[in-house]
Structures are given as structure tokens and as C-alpha cells.
Design a binder for this molecule. Structure first.
Ligand code: PLP
Length: 362
């Protein structure tokens, strides 16, 4: 096997080596059937337990109650930006949006095409460094739903609590922190997440949707945009991403074997802490982007004194086998994405570089 490097990519992102090895070993023939997962029908008896395994794995890990359906859809988390308002926001209706970063803004743009998408809280003016407290939020009385992004991947700001809609259905884009810690699913009506960070490969989107929302899907909806039809067909209205679902099943098994979400959270907290501590101990050489109370455990974002130093930092990192640290083009700086599968040793290696680089250039 060729050498693996430390991959700080924001997504698609590092997957557990055990999962990749298992997939490799089953590539040509799964369960001795003489065919690989990518070659078998989604309606075959061979694929059925894989789909049910992935649904069961997500249900068990997140504690999803029985009155929610678990779907594996296509079109990325980005299609959910449209599907949600297309199903739940009519022309003269209102939905509330909380904007704490670039992805929330994109969700809002699509919702505005359908109805009155109302921004009830935005941190745009302060360049997306924080999240509101529950007490700071005032929902519209007539809102069909309230939408928030539990972790903004680009800016590295994360909600530390599950939003309470106080009666209004809560919709959450959890693309970049799903499965990183336990959450209270019951506070939500719909949770969605592109798989390519903590759950599996790109091309498959997890949707967890409460049954009463399915009843609200308008009649005559296009079939592939219709949550109710997709749920009734157990995500197989068309050919699903069978390979993606297979990997999700393996990732769920892997997380269960390694202590579930409580253990994931513990490890994620440890990893993020050493990195944030190094940033804070640098006498201002490094400046964290997010306010301390909203610091993401998944995407650690920080700046150096100049863009030139940032470029040099990234190239030194790359030379040391630390890949993918360049911040998103819209915000610049450095972004270290340290999802569930990212090893602690990789964070420690980055911390060494953080310290050395500040000493040499501070
Ligand atoms: C928080 C968040 N939402 C949505 C998206 C868009 O996901 P996709 O590329 O699957 O459409 C991303 C992608 O990185 C994301 O981080």
C-alpha cells in the first residue's frame, strides 16, 4: 500500500482506514457472491441488507425515533436547499432562516424562490464568527419551519446546542458535524447532511424526516423531489447510490465498534482542543476566526499575520505530508478539517508545525 498522508480536506474527507480496507477486500466479491456491490441490483436480495444496515446504523447511532424516516438521496446537501422550500414553503408562506455562514446563505437563496424566507438572525455583518443563543432568537409566529446550519464548514462556527423551535418545525443542515456527537433528533423535524465528511463518500445525502412533515408534501410534487414518495419507496424511487450506502453502512458499524457518538465527541473534543490551545498560545501570531464560544470541533479556521505567511505555512505543511489546509477561497487563511476519521497523531503533527512556524516567523 502507498503511504497515507494526513488529509485535512473539508470534504470529501478522510474515511476510516478499517472501512476502506474492508471495502477493498469486498470490491470484487461481497459475501462470496462473486460480484461487487457496484455490480449488483439495488433491488436484489444482496443489496437489501446493506440498505437496511445503513438505515439501522444511523437510527441506532443518532437514536432516531420510529416516527422519523431515514432516506439516502442524491443531489447533495445543495438539493436539500431547494427541496425543503419546494415542499414546505408555499408562495405566500413564511419560513425563518438563521444565517451563520456561507452555506446558510445558499440555503436562503433557494428558499427565496419559493416564498417568504425571513432572516431572523444573521452574523453576516461580523463576518460569521459566532452563533446566536437560543434566547436571542425570535421566530415568526406563522413560520412553516426554521432552518439553521449546525456547523458552518467554511467559517468553522458551530452551534453547541440543538435548536428548540418552540413549536415551529426545526430543519437543520448538519452536513459537516453529523455523527460527530450525540444530538437530540426529536428537537428537529428534518435533518440533512451530505455524506462526504463524516458518513461516507460524496453523491449520497442523508435525510432524517419526521412523519408529520411527509403529510405536508404538496400534491403533484415532482416525484424525485417528493419526500413522501421517496420515503414510501425506501429511497429507491430510482437507482440510489448503492456504493455510497454500502460505505455508510460500514462507517456506522465502525463508529458503533469504537464506542458510538459519545466516544466520537470525546475524541473530537480532544483533537480540537490541542489545536485551539496552540493557536491561543501563539501570542497573537495565529488568530482564530470563530469566537471561542462557537468554535467548531470539525473545522478549525485561523489566520496568520499575512497572506504570504499563510501561503508559506500551507506549502511547509504539504511538504510534511499535511494536506488540504488552505482555507476556503472566500475567507482565506487556514482551515484544518478534523472530522471523526481524522487521526489524533495528524493533529499533533500540525500542532508541532504551528509552534515551529510561529517561532521561526514570529
Ligand atoms: C454545511 C454544508 N452544507 C451544504 C454543503 C453542500 O453539500 P453538497 O456539496 O453535498 O451539495 C456543504 C458542503 O461542503 C456543507 O459543508
Amino acid at each position: 500500500m502507498s503511504r497515507r498522508i494526513y488529509n485535512f480536506s473539508a470534504g470529501p474527507a478522510v474515511l476510516p482506514v478499517e472501512v476502506l480496507e474492508k471495502a477493498q477486500s469486498e470490491m470484487l466479491s461481497i459475501n462470496g457472491i462473486g460480484m461487487g456491490v457496484m455490480e449488483i441490483s439495488h433491488r436484489s436480495k444482496h443489496f437489501e441488507p446493506i440498505l437496511e444496515g445503513a438505515i439501522g446504523g444511523i437510527r441506532e447511532l443518532l437514536g432516531v425515533p420510529e416516527n422519523y424516516k431515514i432516506l439516502f438521496l442524491q443531489g447533495g446537501a445543495s438539493l436539500q436547499f431547494s427541496m425543503i422550500p419546494l415542499n414546505f414553503l408555499g408562495k405566500n408562506e413564511t419560513a425563518d432562516y438563521i444565517i451563520t455562514g456561507a452555506w446558510g446563505k445558499k440555503a436562503l437563496k433557494e428558499a427565496k424562490r419559493c416564498g417568504d424566507a425571513n432572516v431572523i438572525f444573521s452574523t453576516a455583518n461580523e463576518n460569521f464568527k459566532s452563533v446566536p443563543t437560543q434566547e436571542e432568537l425570535n421566530f415568526s409566529q406563522n413560520a412553516n419551519y426554521v432552518h439553521y446550519t449546525s456547523n458552518e464548514t467554511i467559517e468553522g462556527v458551530e452551534f453547541k446546542y440543538d435548536l428548540d423551535g418552540t413549536g415551529i418545525p426545526v430543519v437543520c443542515d448538519a452536513s459537516s458535524n453529523i455523527l460527530s456527537k450525540p444530538i437530540d433528533v426529536e428537537k428537529h423535524a428534518l435533518i440533512y447532511a451530505g455524506a462526504q465528511k463524516n458518513i461516507g463518500p460524496s453523491g449520497v445525502t442523508l435525510v432524517i424526516i419526521r412523519d408529520d412533515l411527509l403529510e405536508r408534501v404538496p400534491a403533484g410534487q415532482h416525484s424525485m423531489l417528493d419526500y413522501r414518495a421517496l420515503a414510501e419507496h425506501n429511497s429507491m424511487l430510482n437507482t440510489p447510490n448503492t456504493w455510497g450506502i454500502y460505505i455508510i453502512n460500514l462507517v456506522c458499524e465502525h463508529i458503533k465498534k469504537h464506542g458510538g457518538l459519545v466516544e466520537m465527541e470525546k475524541k473530537n473534543e480532544e483533537k480540537a482542543k490541542v489545536l485551539y490551545n496552540a493557536i491561543d498560545a501563539s501570542d497573537g501570531f495565529y488568530r482564530g476566526h470563530a469566537e471561542k464560544s462557537a468554535r467548531s470541533l470539525m473545522n478549525v479556521t485561523f489566520r496568520l499575520p499575512s497572506e504570504d505567511l499563510e501561503k508559506r505555512f500551507v506549502s511547509e505543511a504539504t511538504a510534511q505530508g499535511l494536506d488540504g489546509l488552505k482555507g476556503h477561497r472566500s475567507v482565506g487563511g487556514i482551515r484544518a478539517s478534523i472530522y471523526n476519521a481524522f487521526p489524533k497523531q495528524g493533529v499533533e503533527k500540525l500542532v508541532e508545525l504551528v509552534k515551529e512556524f510561529a517561532q521561526e516567523n514570529g
